[in-house]
Design a protein around this ligand. Structure first.
Ligand code: PEP
Ligand code: MN
Length: 319
């Protein structure tokens, strides 16, 4: 099935990419001059410069920067890619709601070695097929240098997870790959990383010219046990003050339970996030990872209009 692009996605190409520089504390100037000179905020993307324009063997269909001015990018999809049918159900929902990105982990970094570790290459193949068939841009986590090239060839954008924020060899390897492929990268904040450490980690990715890096707050490990992680919503404002990079908020991994996701997502939009990450699964009860925090398709579709209303008050669209 080949679904044409919706108007929202097409218009994203025409929007200037984020982001203007705010006044920056002097301690951040040096770091930011590198980030700023590289970021697409200073480079209007044309189709010939867009992320997937460089030759990689598998070419997903979309060519989207991670963020667009006046828009909040929504990265929705299951925690892990489990089957083609599972991804297809989510893809249909995303297209029905005029959303442009789908997420899903092919390689999963799990606390327990006995837990589902992801489908690996088969998961990447499913993501590439979904991109082709549904015209969705794809994002997945890159977990190691060994699987980096295969991962980059299969998807539109790479995600560096919280566990790997401090993996500088991986960050350097990703930087080398995106220097060739011009793919965007989403960098999660480590579970105990300061904002300064997170920005320094982003600078490794910005070693590649014209890099398109987005930061992602996903909650911190604190003494509080009422939720999985403590969402640092203030980080959105601080990143905007101190860095030219756009910032995403992953509400699902912070929440740990689906019931908390709507409140956190609404707060993230109101706080000025440039993107949201929300885990969605056609059958959360049967999910092979993070079942408790994933929204069902129905729950996701109930939340979306509420987020759109908050976004509209800020003159933003959710895409
Ligand atoms: C994920 O997004 O799939 C994930 C594992 O997130 P994090 O790295 O934030 O734990
Ligand atoms: Mn997950």
């Amino acid at each position: 099935m080949n679904v044409p692009f919706q108007a929202d996605r097409a218009s994203c190409d025409e929007l200037r990419c984020l982001q203007s520089s705010n006044s920056l504390p002097s301690s951040d100037q040096q770091l930011n001059s590198k980030l700023l000179s590289n970021h697409p905020s200073n480079h209007q993307l044309s189709s010939s410069q867009s992320p997937r324009s460089q030759p990689l063997s598998t070419q997903p269909s979309s060519r989207q920067p991670l963020s667009c001015k006046g828009a909040i990018t929504l990265f929705a999809g299951p925690c892990a890619v489990e089957s083609y049918g599972q991804m297809q159900k989510v893809a249909v929902c995303l297209r029905r709601n005029q959303l442009g990105w789908i997420r899903g982990g092919a390689f999963k970094l799990r606390t327990s070695s006995h837990s589902f570790q992801g489908l690996g290459q088969a998961g990447l193949d499913i993501l590439a097929r979904i991109a082709q068939e549904y015209g969705l841009a794809t994002i997945t986590e890159v977990v190691s240098t060994g699987s980096l090239e295969a991962t980059a060839q299969a998807v539109d954008a790479l995600q560096v997870g919280a566990r790997n924020m401090y993996n500088y060899e991986l960050l350097k390897a990703v930087s080398r790959v995106i220097a060739q492929s011009h793919q965007p990268v989403l960098l999660k904040r480590g579970i105990a990383a300061t904002i300064a450490e997170w920005l320094e980690a982003a600078a490794y990715l910005a070693l590649a010219d014209n890099s398109d890096v987005m930061l992602c707050e996903r909650g911190l490990r604190t003494f509080e046990q009422s939720y999985r992680y403590t969402l640092d919503i203030a980080a959105v404002a601080v990143v905007h003050q101190r860095s030219p990079l756009p910032v995403c908020v992953d509400v699902s991994h912070a929440a740990g339970t689906a019931a908390l996701v709507p409140s956190l997502a609404q707060a993230a939009v109101a706080a000025g996030a440039d993107a949201l990450m929300i885990e969605v699964h056609p059958s959360p009860l049967h999910a092979r990872s993070d079942g408790a925090q994933q929204l069902s398709i129905q729950e996701f579709e109930e939340l979306l209009p509420r987020l759109r209303r908050i976004a509209a008050t800020l003159d933003k669209k959710i895409i």
